[in-house]
Design a protein around this ligand. Structure first.
Ligand SMILES: Cc1cc2nc3c(=O)[nH]c(=O)nc-3n(C[C@H](O)[C@H](O)[C@H](O)COP(=O)(O)O)c2cc1C
Length: 183
């Protein structure tokens, strides 16, 4: 087993239109030898199919907090093994929940259980990104040590331009690789 294979990334996928790019990210991370455990929000599951992540990661995908295959709640067992939580794409909603400690689904509950590094790659409409509530939530998360990758400027899916586009998959991949290389 290579050293990389021992490195576990929990990839949180939330309900942004950029969720399809998380499939490519999963593929690249898996092919590079990382173990990728995907946790999807309910909104993400409306945009991308869990089966896609199951196939690309070769790991069961967590879609529901209440599907517990073990005697211990899954989020606790996972948190003990995982060095890095990456939320990509990160919606305005999941950023708000993370900032305020709301744990009402598998991903937000996992965040509170995780003691390792946390990275987020926000993706949203520029108006949502610029909203003072979102900016304040990001300030709270940055102060707590959460690392931000993007968002970038450019055209977003809803037809407008501005800041809010999820960073390129290659950039997110590199940020993960750099982070885990130092651990
Ligand atoms: C087609 C579609 C695309 C969406 N894209 C985004 C997005 O890019 N960023 C965002 O913050 N919310 C987006 N939303 C809204 C979120 O899905 C919504 O706020 C949801 O409650 C997020 O839940 P989650 O954070 O648990 O995934 C989108 C909604 C729809 C219907």
């Amino acid at each position: 087993m290579s050293k990389k294979t021992e490195k576990l990334v929990v990839l949180g996928v939330s309900g942004s239109i950029a969720a399809y790019k998380a499939a490519d990210l999963t593929s690249k991370l898996s092919q590079a030898g990382y173990t990728v455990q995907v946790i999807m929000t309910a909104s993400a599951q409306k945009l991308v199919c869990a089966q896609t992540f199951l196939t690309l990661s070769r790991q069961p995908v967590v879609c529901n907090l209440w599907e517990i295959p073990d005697w211990r709640p899954g989020h606790i067992a996972l948190a003990e093994r995982c060095q890095l939580l990456l939320v990509a794409p990160a919606t305005a909603n999941i950023l708000a929940k993370m900032a305020h400690g709301i744990a009402d689904d598998a991903l937000s509950t996992y965040y509170l259980s995780h003691t390792g590094t946390v990275m987020v790659a926000p993706a949203m409409n520029p108006r949502m990104w610029q909203h003072p509530a979102t900016q304040e939530n990001c300030r709270i998360l940055r102060e707590r040590g959460v690392r931000f990758i993007g968002p970038d400027s450019g055209n977003v899916a809803c037809g407008t331009g501005g800041t809010g586009r999820m960073s390129a998959v290659t950039e997110i991949f590199q940020a993960v690789a750099d982070c885990l290389a130092t651990k």
